[in-house]
Design a protein around this ligand. Sequence first.
Ligand SMILES: NC(=O)c1ccc[n+]([C@@H]2O[C@H](COP(=O)([O-])OP(=O)(O)OC[C@H]3O[C@@H](n4cnc5c(N)ncnc54)[C@H](O)[C@@H]3O)[C@@H](O)[C@H]2O)c1
Length: 348
Amino acid sequence: MTQPSRLAIVPFVSVDSMMRLVLTIGVERFLTELAGYIEEDFRRWELFDKTPRVASHSHDGVIELMPTSDGQLYGFKYVNGHPKNMREGRQTVTAFGVLADVGSGYPMLLSEMTILTALRTAATSAVAAKYLARKDARAMAIIGNGAQSEFQAMAFKALLGIDRLRLYDIDRSASEKCARNLAGLGLDITICTSGQEAVEGVDIITTVTADKQYATILTDNMVGGGVHINAVGGDCPGKTELHKDILLRSDIFVEFPPQTRIEGEIQQLAPDHPVTELWKVMTDKAIGRTNAKQITLFDSVGFATEDFSALRYVRDQLQKTGLYEELDLLADPDEPRDLFGMLLRAES
Ligand SMILES: NC(=O)c1ccc[n+]([C@@H]2O[C@H](COP(=O)([O-])OP(=O)(O)OC[C@H]3O[C@@H](n4cnc5c(N)ncnc54)[C@H](O)[C@@H]3O)[C@@H](O)[C@H]2O)c1
């Protein structure tokens, strides 16, 4: 067998490499540095090619492609969302992604993104909260204690100094798993028996449940003045978590309006209901929180630039850590036009 040439090789970050990368860097440092990349890309928002993700919906879930480019690099993520999967021993969300060089079109990185998506979603939520939550926020409720939940908790601890967590899930064993995984990491954790109990006295409410329907995880009476809501789970047409009345009392912040209007909590509102783009708050083009009584809502659906930032961050860690494999991904004949000749010579 002939050895692949250098041009044939693309660095590949497997699930195992990703886990070792996160643990080598440290979860909180990884989240903090990743948040820096995400924020940096939000600040150069106008540079990016932006399009709502390409979604293929089916009865049980959705498969999506999420592309973007800053003119130098191109990235895309393949991701699914299948709430029923968990009951069959599979992940609700799995993903992988590619970063490529715009100049040559050659991929520069192929990476697992199931773990990376959980990290980037949590880092994005925490970046948004840094701008929108009250500065004295220390207590957070997390409703929905599945795969994403611990990542959310750790990002809010690392970036905002959250030290009290109140957990609720319709399946208590999910809350117990979440509390067990976070034990000893500097969070004071209470498992609650209802959503109502979980939100008592908190400054931030994170909803991160999975259900393929219009759910009502939070009703209007559960949300007091001054709270910041980080609504993560409602991210598909027909899939929301908040009662509409909460939206009408909140100042709403979004990633990319054309995508959020279709997928986010605001699909329940009129298409021209005012929302503020997060990048504008970060670049002082719009105002975030103005007072301690205001309810702020980050209507998170997940946007392609966040995955682009995450791939960029991972790429920048590879040479330092060596935590990747070399994948023979690109055909590279000695003479570029002799692709068929290369195929024939492989026989000998
Ligand atoms: N906004 C984003 O960028 C983004 C990124 C990743 C995932 N998500 C979404 O986040 C959600 C959670 O993802 P996951 O990977 O943690 O899923 P998961 O299936 O691992 O966990 C979901 C949890 O929600 C619980 N739950 C369901 N209905 C509930 C209810 N009514 N009240 C309380 N708990 C309830 C389930 O018991 C389960 O433990 C999904 O909807 C996913 O699509 C959004």
